[in-house]
Design a protein around this ligand. Structure first.
Ligand SMILES: *Cc1c(COP(=O)(O)O)cnc(C)c1O
Length: 356
């Protein structure tokens, strides 16, 4: 049976990525060696990471002022890395608090200096994106989260920040067009829209670095990874290979603009049904709804077992909401086909016919 994978992350990737990764595990590039047993400094491995970085630059139209690097540790390690690289000794940074990941980013940054939470939607359990806020001009940087994976909200616009803007784009990177030149740093754990887990991408504006007066450990210093072209130490060749294949797939689909259109169509299909079907309610503020993660609840909890049995029958997988919020979450990353959303919508209609 065909499985429709709505997992929030790690998540669905294109079939061609799985096929080529599987082949590389046995025989990488017809070299007679597995990709799992080769040096990250071998020529064909270096080609993988160079190609992945070049594809990010091309697909996101990264300006010359910025470098693309791959690191490890996930977005969670970027939280302290951001502060240690950009927050001056005795300085302060402004943060927008729009969910659990933003909370974590704030918590880590506080270890390095004064953090000014200039806007928060915690008062309504993160169901909306704050709009009225002022970014202080004396902050070293402003940090925001473009898409709140757990709560299903997404920033539709970015402010014109008077200070360098830093954004955690882990769960909507490459899903829509963004103007990279507006950002000082963009970072993303790979496992939501870029590839398998195991690597983290950062796009860093070079001239922001080296100004904190801090003694930053080498690995945590962006300058180290820029200088060493992401090969400061051993990087996960198989994981970056997956990223490279996924980016090649995205390019073949017509790039970010083309995928953004499909993503909009998927999200519209999903939210139209959530709003139409009397058995369900969407949890995020309508104008702030995420195109990547649609969160909703069943109005009558007694239908839970019936709904979940129908989902199972149809091959709909991993629709359960995050453990902190409950309900359901349909994650519709780039590789999820429109057809999968249509199957889910069909199940919601079946439930309505039976019990509505
Ligand atoms: C998943 C996620 C994270 C955490 O990523 P890790 O790579 O597991 O550390 C951070 N921010 C956002 C927006 C996420 O969706």
């Amino acid at each position: 049976m065909k499985i429709h994978n709505f997992s929030a992350g790690p998540c669905i990737l294109p079939q061609v990525v799985f096929d080529k990764m599987a082949e590389a595990c046995i025989n990488f590039n017809n070299s007679g060696t597995s990709i799992l047993e080769i040096s990250h400094r071998r020529k064909d491995a270096v080609e993988v990471i160079d190609t992945a970085r070049a594809l990010v630059k091309e697909l996101m139209n990264v300006p010359e002022s910025h470098d693309v690097i791959f690191m490890q540790g996930g977005a969670s390690l970027q939280f302290p890395i951001i502060a240690s690289n950009l927050l001056k000794e005795g300085g302060k940074a402004a943060y927008m608090q729009t969910g659990k990941w933003a909370e974590n980013a704030i918590k880590e940054a506080k270890r390095f200096g004064e953090i000014d939470v200039i806007a928060s939607s915690k008062d309504k359990n993160y169901t909306y994106i704050p709009k009225d806020y002022t970014i202080p001009t004396d902050a070293d940087y402003f940090h925001c989260t473009s898409n709140n994976t757990i709560f299903g909200t997404q920033m539709k616009q970015f402010p014109n920040s008077p200070v360098p803007m830093v954004c955690d784009m882990s769960s909507d990177i490459l899903s829509r067009k963004v103007d990279v030149s507006k950002f000082g740093v963009i970072y993303a754990g790979a496992q939501k829209n870029m590839g398998p887990a195991g690597s983290t991408m950062a796009i860093v504006q070079r001239d922001l670095l080296g100004k904190t007066g801090r003694n930053i450990p080498d690995y945590l210093n962006y300058a180290t990874h820029i200088k060493n072209e992401s090969s400061f130490n051993t990087w996960p060749v198989i994981a970056i290979y997956g990223v490279m294949l996924n980016l090649q797939w995205l390019k073949e689909q017509g790039g970010v603009d083309a995928i953004a259109k499909i993503n909009t169509e998927k999200a519209n299909t999903m939210y139209t049904e959530i709003d139409r079907n009397g058995l369900f309610t969407g949890t995020a503020n309508v104008e702030d709804r995420s195109q990547m993660n649609a969160t909703f609840v069943l109005n009558n909890e007694e239908l839970k077992a019936e709904f979940e049995a129908l989902l199972k029958q149809a091959g709909v997988d991993s629709l359960t909401g995050h453990r902190d919020v409950g309900g359901y979450r349909a994650s519709m990353y780039n590789a999820l086909p429109l057809e999968s959303v249509q199957v889910l919508v069909e199940v919601m209609k079946q439930l309505e016919q039976k019990f509505g």
